[in-house]
Design a protein around this ligand. Structure first.
Ligand SMILES: Cc1cc2nc3c(=O)[nH]c(=O)nc-3n(C[C@H](O)[C@H](O)[C@H](O)COP(=O)(O)OP(=O)(O)OC[C@H]3O[C@@H](n4cnc5c(N)ncnc54)[C@H](O)[C@@H]3O)c2cc1C
Length: 447
């Protein structure tokens, strides 16, 4: 029988990062990464690849700050091959009451360590535009741009917008390149990879002793990391653990912006308000006939998008989860909404009016998506669960790219018994409920 000290089940960003942190940062020599799919091809290559340290609870702010510190360190070491930028997230509102809410919530989040709140009410606010790539010299915290301050800096947002909240320790990167860098380095430090599915786990005297792969191959090991993404629950059940996660379908549309409607220098831009789409009477009748009344009333907030690629690229990514569909257990291929591209592009026009020029002639679009594997509180599960030697690194919901570095680091810390950060207990798969009760989670921070 083959052997490994640690078997990592799942070669998405969570599993790759755990293998990387074990082998490269903690000198654990004998790690085997097992997945029936090519690395990064289930969920980790479907994301919008964005990151932010602006989260509504202290553990998440501290966790994301740690992750972004690690990403920045790796970017410096690799000459930024994964294109980390700090162009920010711009939340836009047409509701005046949102401004005080942002400021009040901002002071609270600033207190968690996310950076200062700066409020700009002048016509010409003192804000620095970030470079298109790189992150040095860009502040953290938020700039709240009120009235003409918003329109001076971002002249292309809807004219009736009354304010914008620009989150600064935020931006995007290439998730595939990030995964490839960590995988390369992990391999260089001795991590082996294998194309196979974990189908069973053997436990002896309360400790993991082997995994059984498809084809009945067995690998003796004393440690198993469950980083199975949407199959977290299924793999947990192999060791008798019922992980409290569900899967939510999320899509994104990429479109070729042939009219140059979406500005190339834009941050990740998000409509903070709910909206009702302006279908014409004929379209409304048609949608009602098709049983799509769900698209006729008020749709939720957070329609969002960003430019993809350099200044010469025509591509834009946009997302809007107006359905929040739970699919448990997850099915592949995922359920799709044929109207998704049109709904999202119309939604984006409320935020960036120039996008309304696509109303009668949609651009060329490509839709893909994956599952947000998440807990009810939208906090991750990282740490030991069930028999000795079984660790979980998952439930990374819609933030697994930005969190991957800190998630792998934390999971590796649990495995080798390193000093753990104070947020570790909140994400502990089995003992977290005691800590959750003392936290004001409220808003889950999901877009
Ligand atoms: C539309 C969309 C947009 C998103 N946008 C962002 C964003 O902007 N920023 C951000 O940070 N995050 C974003 N995310 C979330 C992010 O993509 C995920 O949180 C992250 O990719 C999860 O990584 P993972 O490694 O946990 O899961 P996965 O990437 O799904 O990897 C799990 C792996 O486990 C393997 N596996 C499963 N079962 C077994 C088994 N029995 N044996 C062996 N292997 C197994 C699978 O084959 C798979 O390769 C987005 C997600 C979606 C869907």
């Amino acid at each position: 029988m083959n052997r490994a000290e640690v078997v990592v089940c799942g070669a998405g960003l969570a599993g790759i990062s755990t293998a990387f942190h074990l082998a490269v940062r903690r000198n654990v020599g004998d790690v085997l990464l097992v997945d029936p799919r090519p690395p990064l091809t289930l969920t980790s290559d479907k994301s919008t690849e964005c990151y932010r340290n602006w989260w509504p609870s202290e553990p998440m702010v501290r966790f994301m700050n740690r992750s972004i510190d690690l990403l920045e360190e790796l970017a410096v070491e690799t000459d930024n091959v994964f294109g980390l930028n700090r162009r920010g997230y711009l939340f836009v509102t047409a509701r005046p009451d949102q401004i005080d809410e942002w400021i009040e919530q901002g002071e609270k989040i600033a207190g968690f360590g996310a950076g200062a709140v700066r409020i700009h009410r002048d016509r010409h606010p003192q804000v620095t535009m970030p470079p298109s790539t790189g992150f040095e010299g860009v502040p953290d915290g938020i700039d709240v741009l009120v009235g003409s301050a918003l329109h001076h800096v971002f002249g292309w947002v809807a004219p009736d917008a009354v304010a914008g909240m620009w989150v600064r320790r935020a931006g995007w990167l290439s998730a595939q390149q990030l995964g490839a860098v960590m995988l390369d380095r992990a391999r260089g430090a001795g991590v082996r990879t294998m194309r196979a599915a974990v189908e069973g786990v053997e436990v002896q005297a309360g400790r993991v002793s082997a995994v059984v792969l498809d084809g009945d191959e067995r690998i003796a090991c004393s440690t198993l990391v469950n980083a199975a993404g949407p199959m977290l629950k299924e793999v947990g059940a192999m060791v008798g653990v019922d992980l409290p996660v569900h899967c939510e379908a999320h899509h994104k549309v990429a479109f070729r912006d042939r009219l140059g409607a979406f500005p190339r220098e834009a941050p990740m831009t998000i409509l903070a308000d709910p909206q009702t789409l302006d279908w014409d009477p004929e379209e409304r009748r048609h949608l009602a006939e098709e049983g799509r009344e769900d698209l006729l009333g008020e749709l939720p907030r957070f329609c969002h998008g960003r430019p993809e690629g350099g200044s010469g690229s025509p591509w834009v990514l946009a997302l809007w989860e107006y359905r929040r569909e739970v699919v448990d257990p997850p099915v592949f291929p995922m359920p799709e909404d044929p109207l998704y591209p049109e709904v999202v592009i119309r939604g984006m026009a409320r935020l960036v009016p120039a996008m309304g020029r696509y109303r009668d002639a949609l651009p060329e679009t490509v839709v893909d998506g994956g599952y947000y594997t998440k807990t009810g509180e939208n906090l991750p599960l990282i740490g030991p669960a069930g028999p000795d030697g079984h660790f979980v690194c998952g439930a990374l919901s819609g933030y697994g790219v930005m969190a991957a570095a800190a998630a792998g680091d934390l999971c590796a810390g649990w495995i080798v018994g390193d000093g753990l950060p104070d947020y570790a207990s909140v994400f502990h798969p089995e003992k977290r409920s005691a800590r959750l009760a003392s936290l004001d989670i409220g808003d889950t921070g999901q877009l």
